[in-house]
Design a protein around this ligand. Structure first.
Ligand code: KIV
Length: 272
């Protein structure tokens, strides 16, 4: 008897734009490794972001700045090996596109070639327009990222909500339009007022994926380790925790340690 193979319809950048047209919300989560990506993909999440938040979550750095292009490629390749359906978007790390627009396509091409990912994400608007154009000219889909852009944390000086003032809100709207016109297939809006995010989402034809940007946008993204409660010292208002894995894992590790020390593990059925 042959076992019917499950068919997965892959998510593409076009799927996301079509979802926006149909008013269907887009789900996006981060993953940095094979095992997590397999679970996220099989749960039916539309987009997996190999975020440079790996710098914090995986490597324990205070900011996203230290992660390198080689490290991002390692994470991305691990994720790509796991997925059957989700679209995989990879962050171009700090320093791989800002200083020289010619370097941007070189960095993006390395990500696509060496990891097998489907698109890249860059932080910024007008100031990186040339880099975005060159990457798109190389045939690589680009997701934008506006609002709180963590690679510029030392310029902002704080992780508080962006674009609360009129001037910054106007610049954000102009940048969002510029990204759409340049050819980006979607834009992440991070930590901006919900009203502004809704206005941006309504004025563009490409999807706006929010994180701390309210419910008037076309989709949502969270850092997986935060939403499953593996991290537990980070409590922004926008974060909904679906699990408390920090506590559950701590209890499991303590039980294991107790069992080992008591000589209860392994038992007769757990040995050869
Ligand atoms: O790196 C990341 O995880 C991100 C999300 C927070 C959008 O850019």
């Amino acid at each position: 008897m042959s076992v019917a193979k499950k068919e997965y319809k892959r998510i593409t950048t076009k799927t996301l734009v079509d979802m926006k047209k149909k008013g269907e919300k887009i789900s996006m989560l981060t993953a940095y490794d094979f095992t997590m990506a397999k679970i996220v993909d099989s749960a039916g999440i539309d987009v997996i972001l190999v975020g440079d938040s790996a710098s914090n979550v995986m490597a324990g750095h205070e900011t996203t700045l230290p992660i390198t292009l080689d490290q991002m490629i390692y994470h991305a390749a691990s994720v790509v090996r796991a997925i059957q359906r989700s679209l995989v978007v990879v962050d171009l790390p700090f320093g791989s596109y800002q200083s020289d627009p010619k370097e941007a396509p070189r960095s993006a091409i390395r990500i696509m070639k060496e990891s097998g990912a489907h698109a890249v994400k860059l932080e910024g608007g007008k100031e990186i327009k040339e880099s975005i154009k060159r990457i798109l000219n190389a045939g690589i889909p680009v997701m934008g990222h506006l609002g709180l852009t963590p690679q510029s944390i030392y310029k902002f000086g704080t992780y508080t909500v962006r674009a609360k003032e009129e001037e910054e809100a106007e610049k954000l709207k102009e940048d969002a339009l510029l990204l759409e016109k340049a050819g980006c297939f979607a834009v992440v809006l991070e930590k901006v007022p919900a009203k502004l995010a809704k206005e941006v989402a309504e004025s563009l034809t490409i999807p706006i994926i929010g994180i701390g940007a309210g419910n008037g946008v076309d989709g949502q993204v969270l850092v997986t380790h935060d939403m499953i409660g593996m991290t537990h010292e980070f409590h922004p208002r926008f974060l909904r925790r679906y699990l408390d894995l920090y506590s559950e894992m701590t209890t499991a590790f303590q039980r294991y340690s107790t069992d080992v020390k008591r000589g209860d593990f392994p038992n007769d059925s757990e040995q050869y």
